[in-house]
Design a protein around this ligand. Structure first.
Ligand SMILES: *Cc1c(COP(=O)(O)O)cnc(C)c1O
Length: 390
């Protein structure tokens, strides 16, 4: 059962990360939530059951995870999914054919692909705007608009949007506002407090944090939206398995610890790169040179762990750097304890059309780093050695 008593609402984030949703097992006292690796549950008489019937509908391990994520987002309701894309897909099913979604322009490549190549075919309409321009957001929202989709900071350019202002614009037209909070995790940003109706996560990233699970989640404070989400979660069936739910629950216990270290390492990396002669420009929410630094200070309690920069010399230079680093792994994804480096134009954002990439600034010299929790010195030395060979 989803149990509000176990939200531990009165405790601080780090404490909730360890306990929320996880009461000790009543039969054995097991401290860790067991992995209920079962598809079905015995009933004592037809229709008489413990509250658990079938694992697509309810699974105790998954529900512990859902309650924990809800608690961390300051939400009353949480739902977990098999991936971030599954979470996004389920949220979009709150809408109907003919509805329009106004979305931020610089979004996760897979989200854009889902919007344009899948959901448009099913009758939803999407308009992409640069949400740093609030007038443009206001103009894009029309009578048909039923949802605003916001990713902040954005991927890969780390643009920061004023979530509170965007929510005001959306709500003035009775549109829902959904915020993809993957890059900040609930530790650094809580969109529901800023006015959002729904917060969406790829738990694959910082929330799990160990690069061993693909998962997603959605949280909300609105009981009627939550009811629809539970209905859609069960109807569409894009749920995570119990083992994955267990792993994410375990990862979450150190979310606060990890985010603090991700952020301090990332700050050091960003400052180092900013002073390097072969680097053109560094984008990082923790640098005062960030174009939306003030907005970030207002709505985020830390800068996160992703650093993006433009290297001099385009593709040849970025390729050389990515092939030369040793501590950093050349791989897609982000938010794990290990540092990753990648080339958005060739890797994560290859599904964005080339003209669109050029318009957004995703050029051949653009490199994205997910800074892990290794020792800062090893990361800086690795970058120094690799940049020397560029
Ligand atoms: C990875 C990611 C997603 C998609 O999540 P998956 O778990 O890979 O399906 C969505 N949004 C953002 C910001 C992401 O980084």
């Amino acid at each position: 059962m989803h149990d509000p008593d176990y939200s531990f609402a009165e405790y601080a984030f780090d404490t909730r990360a360890i306990y929320a949703g996880q009461r000790p097992d009543p039969t054995t006292g097991a401290l860790m939530k067991p992995i209920y690796q079962t598809s079905t549950f015995e009933q004592s008489s037809p229709g008489e059951h413990t509250g658990f019937e079938y694992s697509r509908s309810q699974n105790p391990t998954r529900m512990a995870l859902e309650d924990c994520i809800a608690s961390l987002e300051g939400a009353d309701f949480g739902t977990a999914f098999g991936s971030g894309c599954a979470a996004t897909t389920t949220v979009l099913h709150l809408l109907e054919a003919g509805d329009k979604v106004v979305s931020s322009d610089d979004i996760y490549g897979g989200t854009r692909r889902l919007f344009v190549q899948v959901m448009e075919q099913m009758g939803l309409e999407f308009e992409f705007v640069d949400m740093t321009d609030l007038e443009a957001v206001d103009e894009a929202v029309d009578d048909q608009t039923t949802m605003l989709w916001v990713e902040s900071p954005t991927n890969p350019l780390l643009k920061i949007y004023d979530i509170e202002a965007v929510c005001e614009i959306g709500h003035a037209s009775d549109a829902l506002v959904a915020v993809d909070n993957t890059f900040m995790s609930p530790y650094f940003q809580q969109p529901l407090d800023l006015g959002a109706d729904l917060v969406v996560h790829s738990t694959t990233k910082f929330i799990n944090g160990h690069s061993d699970v693909v998962g997603g989640a959605v949280a909300t404070n609105d009981a009627s939206l939550a009811e629809q989400l539970f209905f859609l979660q069960n109807s569409i069936g894009a749920v995570p398995g119990p083992m994955d739910a267990f792993l994410v629950l375990r990862g979450i216990k150190t979310l606060g610890l990890r985010m603090r270290k991700h952020a301090s390492n990332a700050q050091a990396v960003a400052e180092y790169l900013q002073g390097h002669g072969k680097v053109d420009r560094v984008l990082f929410p923790g640098l005062e040179s960030h174009p939306q630094y003030e907005v970030g200070q207002k709505q985020m309690s830390g800068p996160g762990g992703v650093v993006t920069f433009y290297i001099d010399g385009g593709l040849e230079a970025s390729r050389r750097l990515l092939e030369t680093v040793e501590v950093f792994s050349l791989a897609e994804s982000l938010g794990g304890v290990e540092s990753l480096i990648e080339h958005p134009a060739i890797m994560t954002h290859a599904s964005v059309p080339p003209d669109k990439r050029a318009e957004l600034g995703i050029t051949d010299g653009l490199v994205r780093i997910s800074v892990g929790v290794e020792h800062e010195k090893d990361l800086l030395e690795d970058l120094e050695k690799a940049l020397a060979r560029v």
